[in-house]
Design a protein around this ligand. Structure first.
Ligand SMILES: NC(=O)c1ccc[n+]([C@@H]2O[C@H](COP(=O)([O-])OP(=O)(O)OC[C@H]3O[C@@H](n4cnc5c(N)ncnc54)[C@H](OP(=O)(O)O)[C@@H]3O)[C@@H](O)[C@H]2O)c1
Length: 252
């Protein structure tokens, strides 16, 4: 069975995605910094196919361990760079943004995804036919870099996180051009009721935001090239049920 690496999978979008992938027959190597929370979150998923690898994506040794754990499960066909750092809460304006805080945001949101991609690019290029349970056999593997509308909208106070996601979008676009055999997605999941969202809006009631599981299960908001049939669900599309595209696309 194909293998996915999902970073930041102890809660929120990463956990919802790991659950969905496992339900579709994938094996999953999942990380998060807090091991107990990660293992608790993944309990109930098939232990032979879903492996918790606690660690920080900014740590090169951890990234190597994560990839090794994934390879032990089988051929890696999907990398989802989902773990992310908002920065200080409340978020400071750029003129007040401390350099160390900004560097920490970029390390998690840009440098770590690029480094992980470098580690698995040969695995993904070799994924080839049968890259997923529904694969048409036409493409290599898939990279999903989780982005945000803050990458393209100039929201005051979002200069650190937003600019890091803009950089990640460009990483996705260029990776897609450099490796036409891969599916490369810049995925904006939209607002979700998660810890990070609460951190972004401290003290606000965010109970009207959708749960991450609904984002994973639902159809894409728009129909970009390669989006596949509406209602297929995001992991299903990543497995290759849609037409091949080398373009980085945005789903909301
Ligand atoms: N929530 C929204 O409204 C929203 C909107 C647009 C885009 N997004 C994007 O969606 C993605 C998921 O966000 P979310 O809202 O689901 O966040 P979340 O609920 O706060 O979950 C973040 C996950 O990442 C892990 N993580 C954080 N830093 C890490 C690190 N350095 N190394 C490894 N794991 C790390 C966390 O576990 P530990 O704390 O244990 O490490 C947790 O499992 C992010 O890329 C975010 O930018 C979210």
């Amino acid at each position: 069975m194909p293998v996915a690496i999902v970073t930041g999978a102890s809660r929120g979008l990463g956990l919802a995605t790991a659950r969905a992938l496992a339900g579709q027959g994938w094996s999953v190597a999942a990380d998060a910094r807090h091991g107990t929370q990660l293992r608790d979150a993944l309990r109930g998923l098939p232990a032979s196919r879903v492996v918790a690898v606690p660690g920080d994506v900014t740590d090169a040794g951890h990234r190597a361990a994560l990839v090794a754990a994934a390879r032990a499960l089988g051929p890696i066909a999907l990398l989802m760079n989902n773990a992310s750092r908002l920065g200080p809460s409340p978020q400071p304006g750029l003129a007040d943004y401390q350099e160390a805080d900004l560097a920490a945001v970029y390390e998690v949101n840009v440098l770590a995804p690029v480094a992980l991609t470098r580690l698995v690019i040969s695995d993904l290029l070799g994924a080839g036919a049968g890259a997923g349970p529904d694969a048409g056999g036409a493409a290599g593997g898939t990279v999903v870099n989780v982005s945000s509308d803050a990458a393209v909208e100039a929201y005051g106070g979002w200069g650190g996180y937003g600019s890091s996601k803009a950089a990640l979008d460009q990483v996705s676009a260029i990776l897609g051009v450099e490796h036409p055999a891969l599916r490369v997605y810049a995925l904006d999941p939209g607002d979700m009721r998660t810890d990070m969202h609460q951190q972004a809006f401290p003290g606000e009631d965010i109970s009207d935001r959708p749960e991450p599981a609904t984002v994973v299960a639902g159809p894409p908001a728009a129909g970009p090239p390669g989006a596949g049939p509406p209602g297929a669900g995001l992991p299903g599309q990543w497995a290759g049920s849609g037409p091949v595209t080398a373009e980085a696309v945005r789903w909301s």
